[in-house]
Design a protein around this ligand. Structure first.
Ligand code: F6R
Length: 366
């Protein structure tokens, strides 16, 4: 059942080219530059008149929501709020019948996310679930569901479910942009093509996993890690840090790279490696300068960089190269090395990767 892999988590990391592809299939048609999500029957008029999208989840699912905010804002020019479920439900969120509430949950049973969904239903919002488990409570109670087609996720640390969630969210953003006509046909076509190419790129990267293993070996004795990212890769910094904490029990924090000088820079010395997510794109120069600031204070930097980046080698101490993508699609590619890094560090340390202490796969209590 582990198909020869030592742990479910590793198997699930390696399944991602397929699970992303399965989630795309029958919904994205690159040749016709078309997206079609049969099961989501939200009216075009509702999409056009939307006042706000609220995205809600916990843990990794929340991090997927943070990435989606960039997409919906950029593609639809609509206000997007992202909330942790246990915060949303105890506020008095301003939501009504022009609000679309998207709940994200792999298991479909997370208690706080379910309660947030019930609140949104009660307030008259349209509700949509991004879910991996059919017939789960959340998929039954949401008005619309888009399923990720990842198959059962056994490892407690979520990996393939995260990239499945991203896939579903990118599909929805493209579908609604087409309906709202808020992106030009050419741009839409470009994005659809790029989304379609993701599984192959993830597969290509996975062939280089030994490099990540080497990096993990060199850094597994460290006690603290700082993950830095900007723009769409800020949520990926959070996700990378979450993965490391969960399974290796090493303290890790994710930060928006631009926030470093507002506090965390005080922590930096050679004992705390920095994982800098720095693919080529509009914010590349900015993150490079954050890397330089950190290096000037003695930091050791592990860079996750684009394969065609010539500069990064001089600026960082270790490099993990990922296939080139446009910045907007880079989270699919930058998160994979961080999943692997967490996995290999935990493995080197002999931790129980699939069943980390104190954690449950599905959190059905508040
Ligand atoms: C992280 C992890 C958790 C879950 C969270 C939400 O690796 O697994 O943070 O993401 O408990 O679970 P779902 O998505 O089932 O609602």
């Amino acid at each position: 059942e582990k198909d020869g892999y030592k742990h479910f988590m590793l198997k699930e990391i390696f399944e991602q080219p397929r699970t992303i592809e399965d989630t795309l299939k029958g919904r994205v048609f690159p040749d016709e530059a078309r997206v079609y999500v049969e099961e989501v029957k939200i009216e075009t008029k509702f999409i056009k008149d939307l006042s706000k999208i609220c995205i809600i989840g916990c843990g990794t699912s929340y991090n997927a929501g943070l990435v989606a905010k960039f997409l919906f804002e950029k593609f639809l020019r609509v206000t997007v709020e992202v909330d942790i479920a246990s915060e949303f439900r105890y506020r008095e969120p301003v939501i009504d019948n022009k609000t679309l509430v998207i709940v994200i949950s792999q298991s479909g049973e997370t208690a706080d996310t379910l309660a947030a969904l019930r609140l949104a239903n009660k307030k008259g919002c349209q509700t949509l679930a991004v879910c991996n488990v059919m017939e789960s409570s959340i998929s039954r109670e949401a008005q619309h569901v888009i399923y990720t087609r990842c198959g059962p996720e056994i490892g407690v640390a979520s990996t393939k479910a995260f990239t499945g969630q991203l896939t579903a969210l990118y599909i929805l953003a493209l579908d609604w942009a087409a309906k709202k006509e808020s992106l030009s046909k050419d741009v839409l076509k470009e994005y659809i093509k790029e989304l379609w190419s993701i599984p192959v790129k993830v597969g290509d990267f996975l062939k280089t996993s030994d490099n990540v293993k080497e990096v993990a070996k060199n850094f597994s004795a460290k006690r603290d890690f700082l993950y830095l990212g900007r723009h769409v890769n800020f949520p990926i910094a959070l996700e990378g840090a979450l993965k490391l904490k969960e399974i290796s029990y090493i303290h890790a924090e994710g930060y928006a790279a631009g926030e470093m000088k507002h506090g965390p820079i005080a922590l930096i010395d050679e004992s705390m490696p920095i994982v800098a997510i720095a693919p080529l794109g509009d914010v590349y120069e900015k993150i490079l300068s954050n890397i330089s600031e950190a290096k000037a204070r003695g930091a050791i930097v592990i860079a996750v960089a684009s394969e065609n980046d010539k500069e990064i080698k001089q600026k960082s101490d270790a490099q993990i190269y990922v296939p080139a993508t446009s910045e907007l699609f880079s989270p699919f590619i930058t998160v994979i090395p961080l999943q692997l890094l967490a996995y290999f560090v935990a493995e080197v340390l002999g931790k129980d990767v699939d069943q980390p202490r104190n954690l449950a796969k599905s959190v059905t209590v508040e």
